[in-house]
Design a protein around this ligand. Structure first.
Ligand code: NAD
Length: 368
């Protein structure tokens, strides 16, 4: 398979971890006979410094031409005092909008030798493996009017959705559940909000199309509680923008390791932007100690969701698990009796595993 990937390293550790993802993808391409070409563009603070804007036209154009986009992270103290149109985060919101990325997918999985770092009891969080599918372009964050009234003494925000916007994200939730354990939790506030009532109706209509998926409706307040009392209950959660924003951040602390969490933002035709959940970590940037796993797992999501290369995605995920199982870890992960490694060594261990797996498969198939 031949694919063109745009790399947006951004700022801080974004530059270090994107290099790791490229190394891993190159190894996958070599081992599985694919051809991945890469093109690097600026976004965020780096783009402000070079082009005077956090999102240059050339970056947007390149992303529109690409088969997929990998993004590191943006931001840092250097640009913290800039006016809002010159903040690095503007680049991030701008590229999501320019590419019409309507679905945000965040898988959250506990790695067994890291569970002691979770704020929850190990026995509660152990075995949790869930995916949050969040609507990204509608709802309260984009509805109009959104303004102060009555000389600033009253305020209105608007929660608006069209049927089409709800249908496409609900479909994405069902499809994700089909690819996983076949259980979908639709989260809403249908006891109060009209938008949630339409959401629930659409989920009910859609379920006939996905008879292999078991569906439940859970109110957002109950879902927030269940995430911390019984996270293993969940397989796929699908929800609207605001609820998804809050629940995905709540869920991201379950595993106790920010440096391990990938994410995907998808367009209807499959183009996706893949990025770690963490930021640019200016406190450790340039020191060679950043954990590259969230970025590398984001590259695995790219293979799965944009290129339908599920076996290749799985080998990356297995490689990460195997390296952690062997006790290797970066400084952000609290592993007792492990072996502390930096970004480059961690990446190499993952690359070596991928190469060794494929070599052993080849030996087996050639022999028998
Ligand atoms: P952060 O995620 O960058 O860092 C939080 C803490 O986690 C820091 O101590 C950092 O060293 C550590 N950390 C994060 N990722 C790590 C990794 N891969 N390996 C090892 N340690 C890691 O969040 P922050 O400090 O609140 O924000 C720093 C900058 O990043 C800010 O400018 C913020 O606006 C930006 N930010 C960007 C994104 C994004 O690009 N998507 C997301 C969040 C924050």
């Amino acid at each position: 398979m031949k694919k063109h990937i745009v790399l947006l390293p951004g700022d801080g550790i974004g530059k270090e971890v994107i290099h790791s993802a490229r190394e891993v993808l190159s190894a996958v391409a070599e081992e599985y006979n694919h051809s991945f070409s890469f093109e690097t563009h600026e976004i965020g603070g780096a783009a402000i410094d070079q082009y005077g804007t956090p999102l240059p036209e050339s970056t947007v154009d390149a992303c529109k031409q690409a088969d997929a986009v990998l993004l590191g992270a943006v931001g840092g103290p250097k640009w913290d005092q800039n006016p809002s149109h010159l903040r690095p985060e503007r680049g991030l919101l701008g590229i999501r909008k320019a590419l019409d990325l309507y679905a945000n997918l965040r898988p959250i999985k506990g790695f067994k030798n890291l569970l002691h770092a979770s704020p929850l009891k190990e026995e509660v969080v152990s075995g949790s493996d869930l995916l949050i599918v969040r609507e990204l372009t509608g709802g309260l964050y984009f509805g109009t009017p959104s303004e102060r009234r009555d000389n600033g003494n009253a305020v209105v925000d608007t929660l608006a959705y069209t049927r089409k916007e709800i249908e496409r994200i609900v479909d994405k939730g069902f499809q994700a559940a089909q690819q996983r354990r076949g259980h979908l939790t639709s989260v809403d506030k249908a006891n109060v909000l009209e938008s949630s009532k339409l959401w629930r109706e659409i989920v009910e209509e859609k379920k006939a199309q996905y008879p292999d998926v078991a569906v439940e409706h859970v109110l957002v307040d109950a879902a927030a509680m269940k995430l911390i009392t019984n996270p293993t209950h969940f397989d796929v959660i699908v929800t609207e923008n605001l609820f998804g924003d809050i629940l995905s951040d709540e869920a991201s602390v379950l595993t106790g390791s920010l440096g391990m969490l990938p994410s995907a933002s998808l367009r209807e035709d499959g183009l996706g932007l893949y990025e770690p959940v963490h930021g640019s970590a200016p406190d450790i940037a340039g020191k060679g100690v950043a954990n590259p796993v969230a970025m590398i797992l984001s590259a695995a999501l790219m293979l799965r969701y944009s290129f339908q290369l599920d076996d290749e995605a799985k080998v990356i995920e297995e490689a990460v698990q195997s390296v952690l199982d062997a006790g290797f870890h970066t400084g952000d992960l609290q592993v007792t009796d492990g072996r502390l490694v930096g970004t480059v060594e961690m990446t190499k261990l993952i690359v070596d595993y991928i190469k060794s797996q494929n070599a052993s498969k080849c030996i087996a198939s050639c022999y028998f």
